[in-house]
Write a protein that binds this ligand. Sequence first.
Ligand code: SPD
Length: 426
Amino acid sequence: MKSVGRHVLVEYYGCDAELLGDASLLERAVVKAAKDAGATVLNSTFHQFAPVGTSGVVVIQESHLAIHTWPEFKYAAVDLFTCGDMIDPWVSFNSLKESLKSEFSSPMEMLRGQFELLPEVGGEEMWEHEDAPEIPPKYTRNVWFTEYEEDHGLSLRHKGDKLFDRQSEFQRVTVLDTYKFGKMLTLDGAIMTTENDEYVYHEMIIHPAVQLVGSPKRILIVGGGDGGAARECLRYPTLEEVVVAEIDDVVVEASKEFLPTIASSFADPKTTLKIGDGIKYVAEADSESFDIVIVDSTDPVGPAEGLFSYDFYRHCHRLLRAGGVMVVQSESPRYNEEAFAGVHKCNQEIFGADRVFPYLAYVPTYPTGMWSFSMAVKGDAKPRDLAADALDAFAESHDLKYYNSDVHHAAFALPTFARKLLKSAQ
Ligand code: SPD
């Protein structure tokens, strides 16, 4: 040994671009490179960036392996730093070359801390602290998912591997296991639902409407392929059928397999699952055939764009019997002002100006946390007139986690900026 450590700096060219853009897979590859060389892995930290690129470090007892990727150039910049004479960084170099499927690479080795240039400061025993307690790291894999909006984002630490990751005909369907929110479904990188906060959205998209209608027999959910909204409908004994019109069967498959507490509704005989275009379903369904229509869509890009249109809401209105209610998820008033105000305006034109009731709920994993719904009533009933006792009796008997009479009434109180957004859209 001529030095304390060896540092191999590598340029990997012509790599597998998909792997370079995937923090989970990349972390596995770098951890493998460390283990192949016999290193002891202590910790790893990997972040995926928008629109592309990943950075990660694997800390090993014998120093570190670090990687920064540019998938658009199929290029990775890597450094493999090992100390002591037990670990050969070139073993990691070869392992990573294979995992990244690099067509060619340019490595160079530097010696770190050459012994002939280091002062003599005493034997190793001087630095040993036998009494020092070993504190195990809280996380041995520090891998992050980030949902990027245009100018902000939300990051959640997850357990590293993707439980489900498939490109469907419509979108990328992924399930991750997060530390804070449990298992989480994302579509094209946007969080749809998580085990630990799904109750907010699903209780709030269903109960205010059903309480207003009273005793619904038929409910239509457009979207809602995770099954959570249907699960809430099934709490009502008068219900005869809940139809879930979901475009993507892969969403249903992933939810059934990995989010069984949310997707439990699909096992109920009252649930009818229609895989296909919700817009077409609504256009072809019989007039006045539903008590409630729920639009549980993704954000207004890609497959869900048409679910935010005037024509679509007109059909939803047609499907409702007199006294029926529609609820549309209408995005965050703090981040998608246009959708929030646009849905309200469309519904006012279709249902009447004083029959549309926007309301809010707090969903921690959605952009800005503040989420809106637009309730439109085909009749004169008003959600603020509902008596508190009945709402609380229902909420308590079902052990709901978010909805109660206070929440019901407070949800319709809009902050001034949100009121102004709706006014300016008139
Ligand atoms: N930005 C996320 C909006 C998602 C709305 N739909 C969620 C589906 C949950 N059933």
